[in-house]
Unconditional design. Structure first.
Length: 150
């Protein structure tokens, strides 16, 4: 919830409860933090310790930082506009595609907002980009336009 403030002890205890697998199936977790108090190095260290990804909410409403904390990247792009057929300007979709490629190759885009400096390049990773919120009716077109770029 947007009212839930970061408390290292409380949040660390929660992360420790997350299962790593169910019936032999490996699980990966992502945290959608909504309070600005999570934009700290202490939160990033906890998320990395527990190998939990953090949602990069491309939004003015919620904390927006793209520090990589897990073995995958989860992007929630929330800036679609109804007056654009694809929901986004071509240059914005190009930028999202560029960032997705860099994340997938193990890097981190310098243009994304962050709490810490980018980590050294690492292993390749999965990248999940969702077009959620904003002009929701444009989300399918935005996804198709991004797929074409990738």
């Amino acid at each position: 919830m947007p009212t839930k403030r970061f408390d290292a002890e409380d949040f660390g205890a929660f992360l420790a409860l997350l299962p790593r697998e169910v019936d032999g199936l490996a699980l990966r977790h992502v945290m959608d933090v909504r309070h600005p108090s999570f934009a700290t190095t202490e939160y990033l260290a906890l998320a990395r310790k527990h190998a939990v990804a953090t949602v990069f909410s491309d939004s003015d409403e919620y904390p927006s930082f793209a520090d990589v904390t897990g073995d995958f990247v989860y992007v929630r792009s929330q800036r679609s506009r109804a007056e654009l057929a694809s929901g986004y300007a071509p240059s914005a979709l190009d930028a999202i595609a560029d960032c997705a490629r860099l994340w997938a190759s193990g890097g981190e885009p310098a243009v994304a907002p962050r709490v810490e400096a980018p980590q050294p390049a690492g292993a390749t990773r999965d990248v999940f980009v969702y077009f959620i919120s904003g002009a929701k009716e444009r989300a399918p077109a935005a996804a198709r336009a991004l797929i074409e770029r990738l």
